[in-house]
Each structure stands twice: as C-alpha cells, then as structure tokens.
Write a protein that binds this ligand. Structure first.
Ligand code: DSN
Length: 422
C-alpha cells in the first residue's frame, strides 16, 4: 500500500502547508479512538469518488432538466444514486442534492410549511437538534416552535405528553430525530400523533440512518411524510444529505432544494453517496449496523460497572450519554483530558442540565467509527477501563500519557478504512 506521502505527491509539492495538516489529521485519526457518535470512517472507494473530477462540473437542476450543458454522465450518475437511495430506504422519491443536514431540514420545512407555521420537535438540551425548533436557529425564527422533551426521571420520550402538547399547540409538523437520545424512536407513535392533529410527520434520521438500513433500528419509511438524513454518520458516506419522501411531496421537495435554497449540486459528493449506498446494501453492512449497537450496549455495560451514570440508563442505538455529576469532573474538562489520552468524544448537555451548553455536565460517546475499524466487545471493556482511569485523574499527565500510548498500540491493530495503514 502507498504511504501517505506517495499518495499525495501533487498536493505535497503544490501546498506543503495543507499537505502537512491533512497528513497530521490522518495520523490523529489512525492513532486515536474516535467516539464522537456522528463521525465515521469512509471506505477508500467513497474517498476516491469524493475526490474525483466530478467536483469540476456544474449541474443546476435535475436529471433531464438542467440549466447547464454537458450533463451526459452526471444525469446518469444522479439517477443511479436516487434509485439506490429509494431502494435502500424503501421510499418513493429521493433528492440526493442537499449539502448537509441543516439545509436538508430547512428544505423540508420550506416544502411543507409557510413562514410562521408551527414546528414541534425535540428540544436541544433533551437531545434534539438545533434545526428542530431550537430558539437560536432559523427553525424557531422563521417558523414558530414548540418543543417536547424527555421525562426528567426516565430520560425517555413520554409519548402521552407529546400527544398532549400536540393537541394543545396544533403544530403543522411533528419532527422526530435527535443528536443525543440513546434509545429508539417510536416512529409509529409519533406519526399517529401527527395525524391526530393534521400535521406532517418528518423523521430526521441523520444519526441512525445506517442502523435503519441494517435493520438495527425501527424503520420510519412506512410512517413519515418526509425523511431527512445526513450521509456521513452511521451510513458511512461522505459529508452530505438526502431528503426521502412520498411521491405526493416530491415536487415541493425538489423545488425547495433547487431553485429555492441551493444552487448546483456537489456532484463528487453525489457520486460518493452512491458508493456508500451500494456498500450499505450489503450483508456486511447489515452486520456492521448490528455490531455498532452490540458494541454500544457492551460499552454502556462496562461503564455502568465502573460507576458511570448513563442518561436513560444505557443505550439501544449507537450512542451513550454520560452524566458526570457523580464524578469530580464536568464534561468539557473530561472531554479534553480524554482527547489528551487519545480518546475523542463530545462534551454535551444532559437532560435538565444545570450547567451551560459550553461547559455542560455530560459527555456524548458512540461506536460507529470504532466499529468500522473492527473493534468489538473485548475492546469496549478496554475503552471503558481507560475512560475510567482518565476521568478519575483528568489532570494527571502520567495517566493521560500512558493511556495515549496504550490507545495508539491498540489502534495499530485495527486499520482505519480508507487510510493507508502500512
Ligand atoms: N453535528 C451533528 C452531531 O454531532 O450530532 C448534528 O448536527
């Protein structure tokens, strides 16, 4: 296999500064345990499509109806990727052009709502996303927003309470989806609530798309009017997004993406999404999706044994939210100490967090990236042990240095997909 320097000869000569930063990031990605639940490692094939000449082409419009000439290969490419998305997710229509998750949600709202209409989504501190109606986001400024949360004791969504709120507030759209909810969504229940108040039902499955296609999480397709998803989390594709919907919404969705809110699609990303969708349709990927959950459950169990307090008591998806209030260290300090030890995670709010989002009480971890490296239950035990050691002594450099060396040694046995590992 080529080493990093041989692979990027032109870049090294043309721009040694950028080359160096990429090279250092590659080493960092290889030598650390990446526990950020929204990150992953793409395959070499996805990287190659992503870095292809398709970045040179403008293609405003859709296959068969473009505003630029020279689309003979791009039309075929985008149609192929749309078809793969429809088949994999079992939906009638797929728009594969959204630049990322936030634009995709904006586009879905634009297609279905009028300015000022009411959005009902999960609140950010309880695990939702900014674009689901959080106060500082466009979704609460251009629309009006009401938020549901989790039960303060169980940390689970209380669907009766969501129904009560929906009946009182009469939103025009109910949004399911989260960035820090470690349990499964009951899409059937949320869609029923939406129907009861004549609202649309949007499932933002960005975090769990890979689990859904692997059969490791319930499927929203039978229930949702529209599904939005990023493509770079558990789905293990490039940074991008898709909007999937019923045929009745297809025209409105397509118009919202282009010309309303975007210009030309990023064809290199479209191609890389297509490669990822093909990979995600394999038995190997199904096994991968189930192993993500198996690993998350194993890691949660090991953490519980070491006295960590977990929001919602554990996990049944890819992520774990740790409440550090019973430890001597809060989220940010803990995340920084873990990073020094080669274990990368997010500091994160927990439900009803008494602390501020920039220095919250918790950390958020997840297993998609480490599962892509082939790590399994024995490694989860080791990771929990290292986390315990660092969290118990976050300022002890001897501990963080030792753990970092041990982490690098373990990582050397688990090659990173897509990176030279010679
Ligand atoms: N940034 C994503 C995450 O980390 O969950 C959500 O947008």
């Amino acid at each position: 296999m080529l080493d990093i320097a041989e692979e990027k000869v032109a870049l090294k000569q043309a721009d040694p500064e950028i080359f160096r930063l990429i090279e250092e990031e590659e080493v960092y990605q290889k030598e650390s345990i990446r526990l950020i639940p929204s990150e992953n490692y793409v395959s070499q094939a996805v990287l190659e499509a992503s870095g292809s000449v398709l970045t040179n082409k403008y293609s405003e419009g859709y296959p068969g109806k473009r505003y630029y000439e020279g689309q003979r290969f791009i039309d075929e490419l985008e149609t192929l990727v749309q078809d793969r998305a429809k088949a994999l997710f079992g939906v009638e229509h797929a728009n594969v052009q959204p630049y990322s998750g936030s634009p995709a949600n904006l586009e879905a709202y634009y297609a279905l709502l009028e300015p000022g209409d009411k959005i009902m989504g999960m609140s950010l501190p309880d695990g939702g996303h900014l674009t689901h109606g959080w106060q500082v986001n466009f979704s609460a400024r251009f629309y009006s927003a009401v938020q549901y949360g989790v039960d303060p004791v169980t940390h689970l969504i209380d669907y009766d309470k969501v129904r009560e709120l929906a009946k009182k507030e009469r939103p025009k759209i109910v949004v399911a989806g989260a960035t820090a909810y470690p349990r499964q969504f009951d899409f059937a229940a949320l869609s029923e609530i939406a129907r009861e108040v004549d609202a649309y039902f949007l499932a933002d499955v960005s975090h769990i798309a890979g689990l859904i296609v692997a059969g490791a999480h319930p499927d929203p397709a039978p229930h949702a009017d529209v599904i939005t998803t990023t493509t770079h989390k558990t789905l293990r594709g490039p940074r991008g997004a898709m909007i999937l919907c019923r045929e009745e919404h297809a025209k409105a969705i397509d118009r919202a993406v282009f010309p309303a809110l975007q210009g030309g699609p990023h064809n290199h990303t479209t191609a890389a999404i297509g490669v990822a969708l093909r990979e995600a349709a394999t038995d190997e990927f199904r096994a991968y999706g189930h192993q993500i959950v198996t690993n998350a459950k194993a890691l949660a169990g090991e953490l519980l044994e070491r006295g960590f307090s977990l929001v919602a008591g554990g996990t049944d998806n890819h992520l774990i939210l740790i409440d550090l209030t019973n430890k001597e260290v809060f989220g940010k300090k803990c995340a920084k100490a873990l990073d020094r030890a080669g274990i990368v995670c997010n500091y994160n709010t927990i439900p009803n967090d008494p602390r501020k989002p920039f220095s919250p009480s918790g950390i958020r971890i997840g297993t998609p990236a480490i599962t892509s490296r082939g790590m399994a239950e024995p490694e989860m035990r080791q990771i929990a042990e290292w986390m315990d050691q660092v969290v118990s002594a976050p300022e002890d450099e001897a501990v963080t240095d030792r753990v970092r060396a041990e982490v690098a040694e373990l990582c050397a046995s688990f090659p990173v997909p897509g990176l030279p590992n010679a």
